[in-house]
Design a protein around this ligand. Structure first.
Ligand code: PRP
Ligand code: URA
Length: 221
């Protein structure tokens, strides 16, 4: 298995710049003392940074426009259309961050739940845009631990005709094991993340991690 250091250098893993602002936001959401209101507020801020970074990796084509001064500006435009796909439930927390920057964006949903005892994922439901195979897909899930859930979701996307090189996995915290598994199993997948943590505990929770993202964001436990 690749080490954390090797994962951090992987060309298809894009780690957000570890600025003091991001580290302060992550310190708030990782803290056991942070209540639900602040958890939502600061997680949303990091999600916004992740979505913006994800968009940085989408392909563009040259586009020349004219400014109000009658001058030409050699710019670019996004090539093609995008959609989001959230892995329910925690991934739904990332949908608004995507909507905030891409108005009217289509969002597919895949309900996958890990068994609390075995950490094995089960697929319960999926509903995707009918033209998803022609879109660039931002796959949304804040937590990547073993990689079982995300990999099951990518199988669903494959079955819907999505090519792997069109999938950008937007993630808040991952483990070296999970990232290594995803990057090896899906050789064209790209991952955008805010943190690569040390590993997992005996219950397959990310350490140091932030606990159960879905429970903290949606107020269940
Ligand atoms: C969490 C998380 C991921 C998954 C990560 O979801 O949102 O989907 O676990 O773990 P893995 O990489 O080992 O599969 P969970 O099934 O706990 O459900 P939730 O979204 O309702 O919190
Ligand atoms: N899901 C979470 O919400 N947290 C973890 O640490 C692992 C899976």
């Amino acid at each position: 298995m690749a080490t954390r250091e090797e994962i951090l250098k992987h060309p298809r893993l894009h780690l957000l710049p570890q600025t003091s602002q991001l580290r302060a936001l992550m310190s708030i959401i990782r803290s056991k003392d942070t209540g639900r209101g602040d958890f939502i507020f600061y997680a949303d801020r990091v999600i916004r940074l992740l979505v913006e970074e994800g968009l940085n990796h989408l392909p563009v084509v040259p586009k020349t426009i004219e400014t109000p001064l009658g001058e030409k500006y050699d710019g670019v435009a996004f090539q093609g259309r995008i959609c989001g796909v959230s892995i329910m439930r925690a991934g739904e927390a990332m949908e608004q961050g995507l909507r905030d920057v891409c108005t009217g964006v289509r969002i597919g949903k895949v309900l996958i739940q890990r068994d609390e005892a075995t950490a094995q994922p089960s697929l319960y439901y999926s509903k995707l845009p009918s033209d998803i195979a022609e879109r660039w897909v931002l796959l949304l899930d804040p937590m990547l631990a073993t990689g079982g859930s995300a990999s099951k979701c990518i199988q669903v996307l494959h079955e819907a005709g999505v090519q792997e090189d069109r999938i950008f996995f937007i993630n808040l915290v991952c483990t070296p094991e999970g990232a290594d598994m995803m990057l090896s199993r899906f050789p064209k997948l790209q991952i955008v993340t805010a943190a690569v943590d040390d590993g997992m505990d005996a219950k397959k929770f990310i350490v140091p991690g932030l606990g159960d993202f879905g429970d903290r964001y949606f107020g269940t436990d």
